[in-house]
Design a protein around this ligand. Structure first.
Ligand SMILES: [Fe+2]
Length: 434
C-alpha cells in the first residue's frame, strides 16, 4: 500500500472502509427509536445520537477542513462534540443535534469527504501519506461503534441487536505455553495506519515466562467467585479491595447468581453463562485478584505483545498472531459478527507462533502495564489521541473484542482505560514467571 504506486487502489480501499464503518454506525443507531437515541442509558456513556454526530464532527474537522481545506459544514457545533470540553455525564444537557439533524449532518460531511478523497493528493504531507488521516477517521468511527455497542449492552428493554452464534470451541492440549526470554521488536514504524502510541518499533527484552493459551473462561471465573474470591482480602491490592468494597462487587458486571449457578444478561437476553466462553465485563482489579488466586499474574504489555507477534523461527514480529494477512473470519472473532466472545479454541487458525489462541478478538485483555509512550514517541497528529492519557491512571488493554472492527485492531494496537472500568468488553488471560 503506497501512495506512489497504488493511488487508485488506496482510494478504493479507503472508500470501502468508510462505507463499511458507516453501515455499522447506521445499523447501531437505526436499531433503536428516537427516544432511545437521545436518552442516556448510563452516566458512563453518551447518548447514541451524540456518538453519531461526534463521528461526523471529527470527520469534518480532519478530512473536510484540514485535509480538504474546505469551508466548514457546521462550525457552530464543534464545542458540543469536543470530547474534552464536556464529559459523557453532561452531554445529554447540551444543545445537541436531534436524530434527524445528526443523520443529515453525517451524510453531508460524508458527501464532501468522498469528493476530497477523489481530488486530494495523497502525498506531500505526513497527514495524507498512505491516506493516514482517512485511516485514522475510519478507526475513530469503528472505535465509537464499539462504544455504541457498549451502550447497547447497558440499555434496558427488548433485545434489538441480533447475530448468529460464534463457532464452537475445540480442546487445546496445553493450558499455557512457555515463551523464552530475550529481545523482540515491539511497536511498529511501518504499519501505515498505526496510531502514534504504537510507534516507533523498538527492541524490548523480556524474561522467560508462561502465558495462558486462552483467555480465562466463565467456568474458571465462576470457580473463583464460588471459592470466595471476592471476600478474600489477601487476593486484592489495597486499591482493588477499596474499589471492590466501595463498588460492592460480587462478580462480573451483568452476572446474576442463584445459589451456585450463574446467568448473565447480554444485549437484553438473560441466559446461563456458557462455561467455555471467555469471561467479559471484569475490571482490572478483578482480573488481578483472579490471577493471584490462580497462583499467577497478569501479563505485562510487552509479554502480551511478544506472545502475540514474535516468530522465534525468523526472529521477526508479525502484524497479527497468525502472520501478515488481514483478519478473516477463521482468524478471529471481530466486527460484531457475533454478539459475544467465542468459546476457547474456536479459532485455531488465529493462533500465534508460540501457540497462543484468541489474542485478537473475543475480549480486550487487561495487562499489568500503565499507559505510556514508547521510547521515541512523537505526538501525531494531535496530543488528545494518546499523550494526554499517559501516566499511572490508565492500564493498557490489548487484542480487541468481538465488538472491535478488523480495521481498528492489530498486534501493536494499544487501548487503555481506568482499572475500575467494566462496561467495556474486557476480560484477561494469566501469565507467570518461568
Ligand atoms: Fe471520539
Amino acid at each position: 500500500m503506497t501512495s506512489q504506486n497504488n493511488g487508485g487502489d488506496l482510494r478504493e480501499r479507503v472508500a470501502e472502509e468508510l462505507l463499511r464503518s458507516r453501515a455499522r454506525s447506521t445499523a447501531l443507531t437505526d436499531a433503536v427509536d428516537e427516544h432511545d437515541l437521545v436518552r442516556q442509558h448510563s452516566k458512563l456513556m453518551s447518548p447514541l445520537v451524540w456518538d453519531l454526530a461526534h463521528i461526523g464532527n471529527q470527520e469534518e474537522l480532519w478530512l473536510v477542513r484540514d485535509v480538504g481545506g474546505r469551508e466548514p459544514v457546521r462550525s457552530d457545533i464543534d464545542e458540543f462534540y469536543d470530547a474534552f470540553k464536556y464529559g459523557r455525564s453532561v452531554r445529554p444537557e447540551l444543545p445537541l443535534l436531534n436524530p434527524v439533524e445528526a443523520r443529515q449532518y453525517v451524510g453531508d460531511v460524508r458527501g464532501k469527504v468522498f469528493d476530497v478523497l477523489e481530488k486530494v493528493p495523497l502525498e506531500g504531507r505526513r497527514l495524507v501519506e498512505n491516506a493516514f488521516a482517512f485511516g485514522m477517521i475510519v478507526q475513530h468511527e469503528q472505535q465509537h461503534d464499539e462504544t455504541m455497542l457498549a451502550t447497547h449492552q447497558l440499555r434496558t428493554g427488548e433485545p434489538v441487536l441480533h447475530a448468529p452464534p460464534p463457532p464452537a470451541g475445540t480442546l487445546i492440549a496445553r493450558t499455557e505455553v512457555f515463551v523464552p526470554g530475550g529481545p523482540f521488536e515491539m511497536g511498529t514504524s511501518d504499519e501505515p495506519w498505526a496510531l502514534d502510541n504504537e510507534r516507533p518499533a523498538h527492541t524490548v527484552h523480556v524474561d522467560p515466562f508462561f502465558i495462558d493459551t486462552t483467555p480465562v473462561t466463565n467456568a474458571e471465573y465462576a470457580e473463583f467467585v464460588l471459592a470466595g474470591g471476592y471476600r478474600d482480602r489477601r487476593l486484592w491490592t489495597d486499591e482493588g479491595w477499596m474499589h471492590r468494597t466501595h463498588g460492592k462487587l460480587t462478580g462480573p458486571r451483568f452476572w446474576h447468581r442463584e445459589g451456585t449457578s450463574f446467568s448473565r444478561t447480554a444485549f437484553g437476553v438473560t441466559e446461563p453463562i456458557v462455561p467455555d466462553e471467555p469471561v467479559v465485563h471484569v475490571c482490572f482489579h478483578e482480573a488481578q485478584a483472579y490471577a493471584t488466586w490462580a497462583g499467577k499474574r497478569l501479563p505485562t504489555e510487552a509479554e502480551w505483545e511478544k506472545a502475540a507477534r514474535h516468530d522465534p523461527a525468523t526472529g521477526t514480529s508479525r502484524r497479527y498472531p497468525w502472520g501478515e494477512e488481514e483478519p478473516r473470519e477463521e482468524h478471529a472473532n471481530l466486527g460484531q459478527r457475533h454478539l459475544r466472545p467465542a468459546p476457547a479454541g474456536a479459532y485455531p487458525a488465529g493462533a500465534s507462533a508460540y501457540g497462543v489462541h484468541q489474542l485478537i478478538g473475543d475480549v480486550w485483555e487487561w495487562t499489568s502495564t500503565d499507559f505510556h509512550g514508547y521510547p521515541g514517541f512523537e505526538v501525531f497528529p494531535y496530543p488528545e489521541y494518546s499523550k494526554v492519557f499517559f501516566g499511572p491512571d490508565y492500564k493498557v488493554l490489548r487484542g480487541g473484542s468481538f465488538g472491535t472492527d478488523s480495521s481498528a485492531i492489530r498486534s501493536t494496537f494499544r487501548n487503555w482505560d481506568y482499572p475500575i472500568r467494566r462496561q467495556i468488553f474486557a476480560g484477561f488471560r494469566c501469565a507467570r514467571d518461568a
